[in-house]
Design a protein around this ligand. Structure first.
Ligand code: ADP
Ligand code: MG
Ligand code: MG
Length: 252
């Protein structure tokens, strides 16, 4: 069964139609990249998938693991195994990262009918995941994202993803604002989390992230529609030629 099946998806933001008939199927184990110019609807797509209420689905259907996402509230989608790494991660004052992670992991486990982790089991899980995504201890002890640099926030986000073990990871421009070392850390983390059961949707404006996270499929999103799909080489073509041929006279 497909992990994610998007059929003729239409969506609006502030009553303005943005997504105009998206079709996309992600099978377990696949990494799909969506590329496109600014304002084409990339973040709108990730927000609709995550259930952000400011983004209104106006048509079509999205099945996650065979379940219509209209039936799942935002937190239920996360518990069912959808993980969204935001373009701009939020800071949560007064809540330590470790406390936050334990609550999140146990909320997911509860939803999935699994036993709650006690303090010792949780620490074991943290140690196991630190081998996959390296993260400094002080970042785990501090308030969530508080005073973290751009790179530290992204690293923290990938660590959260490792902890939550999602079925589908959605990365929305997780490369923006990253220097080359941080980019490597994020990509290495994602690559370490790739598996036969897990899918990824990697959304990016730039080709360079896809030098490190090599996708199985690439889709070009322009003006709310997928105008071309192909293999990993499509990303290289776009780097050479840009989006101009799809944008027409009005440009980006
Ligand atoms: P991308 O991620 O590809 O740069 P977005 O999905 O962020 O594109 O934006 C698509 C369009 O929707 C843009 O025209 C943008 O101005 C508009 N948009 C996005 N979010 C909002 C919002 N919260 N309110 C009003 N318009 C929005
Ligand atoms: Mg943008
Ligand atoms: Mg965006």
């Amino acid at each position: 069964m497909a992990l994610l099946e998007i059929k003729d998806l239409h969506a609006s933001v502030a009553d303005k139609p943005i997504l105009k008939g998206i079709n996309l199927t992600i099978k377990p184990g696949e990494v799909h990249a969506i590329m496109g110019p600014n304002g084409s609807g990339k973040s709108t797509l990730s927000n609709v998938l995550a259930g952000n209420e400011a983004y209104v689905k106006t048509g079509g259907q999205v099945l996650f693991d065979g379940v219509d996402i209209d039936e799942l509230a935002a937190h239920e989608r996360a518990c069912a195994g959808m993980f969204l790494a935001f373009q701009y991660p939020v800071e949560i004052a007064g809540i330590s990262n470790m406390y936050f992670l334990k609550a999140a992991v146990n909320a997911v486990r509860k939803y999935q009918g699994k036993e709650q982790l006690d303090a010792m089991d949780f620490l074991d899980l943290v140690e196991e995941k630190k081998k996959v995504v390296k993260i400094r201890d002080d970042l785990l002890e501090r308030a969530v994202n508080s005073g973290f640099s751009g790179g530290e926030k992204k690293r923290n986000e990938i660590f959260q993803m490792a902890m939550l073990e999602p079925r589908l990871g959605i990365l929305d421009e997780t490369d923006s604002g990253l220097d080359i070392d941080a980019l490597r850390i994020v990509s290495d983390g994602v690559n370490a989390l790739r598996s036969e059961e897990r899918g990824f949707l990697v959304i990016t404006h730039y080709q360079r992230l896809l030098d490190y996270i090599v996708p199985d499929h690439v889709h070009v999103l322009v003006h709310g529609q997928i105008v071309k799909s192909g293999g990993k080489d499509l990303a290289l073509e776009l780097e050479d030629e840009g989006y101009a041929s799809w944008l027409g006279e009005e440009g980006a």
